[in-house]
Write a protein that binds this ligand. Sequence first.
Ligand SMILES: Cc1cc2nc3c(=O)[nH]c(=O)nc-3n(C[C@H](O)[C@H](O)[C@H](O)COP(=O)(O)OP(=O)(O)OC[C@H]3O[C@@H](n4cnc5c(N)ncnc54)[C@H](O)[C@@H]3O)c2cc1C
Length: 279
Amino acid sequence: MTAYLRPRSLAEAVAARAAEPGYLVLAGGTDLMVNANHRPAPAGLIDLWRLPGAGEISLDAERGQLAIGAGATWLQVQRHPLVVRHAAILAAAAREIGALQIQARGTIGGNVANSSPVGDSLPVLLALEAELELCSVRGTRRLPYREFCTGYRTTALGADELVSAVLVPVAAPAVRLFWRKVGTRRAQSISKVMAAAAIHLEDGVVRRATVAFGAVADRPVRLAGVEAAVVGLAPAQAAEAARAAVAGAIAPISDVRSTSDYRLQVAENLAARMFSELS
Ligand SMILES: Cc1cc2nc3c(=O)[nH]c(=O)nc-3n(C[C@H](O)[C@H](O)[C@H](O)COP(=O)(O)OP(=O)(O)OC[C@H]3O[C@@H](n4cnc5c(N)ncnc54)[C@H](O)[C@@H]3O)c2cc1C
């Protein structure tokens, strides 16, 4: 029989995690329950759903960061005025995750910890240069999201740790944000390719860009070659430079959802569009 723990505070949750590292952490369950169909029953569950305070969203003005509790659902993320104002592409991605039922139940912490290459929030977190707050009985640490995914569905999360928050720097006014998800249809589809970018445009030229893609590798990726190719260029030239730089930067696979060629072509188009739409 599967044991069931329902902590009433983050302190209780990390204590349970330390005491029972073999138990599965359950948040909204929208990934976990799908996997449950083809995996042996776990020894126990640590249920974080509605853990007090776990879904809070606030602004840390001193650090210039939004703090989004790992338990925040996609509905909360997409509707929260602070997210809409300071991290609009995260709100946009949240609106495209599954359907309403999934958005009401699935959490940002679950998307991050599940670490699927098609997790829609993940390229957004890369492009926004987000950090994670990771908690255990040993204390709390911050880790740049960029260092969290270590491979195909593997992460730097310790066996006794929980994701407690996602910390998103507030974008400066000169920074323009881009997000596109491409799937088989406009809504309720698993991504074939998704792209996110934060582009600092000043005096009509790109000063800096962070460019991230999902579903084109074993994990979400920043494309350093594209980022370097566009610096100092006006949007129209940056669009062509970005398109040209994509081919050397990714080698997507073919799978049930798409072919490698299609993914590459879509990625090139999206890279161009993130700059051409600036003008
Ligand atoms: C029909 C359907 C459609 C979907 N559509 C999309 C989509 O369009 N885009 C997309 O990105 N995803 C989609 N998903 C996947 C899923 O909804 C999201 O990944 C969601 O964000 C998962 O959150 P959750 O709270 O339900 O996670 P859970 O299922 O509860 O957990 C997922 C994993 O994360 C771990 N975990 C959860 N919270 C924590 C924490 N705080 N600390 C440490 N580990 C933790 C769990 O142990 C588990 O391994 C879909 C799923 C379904 C069933």
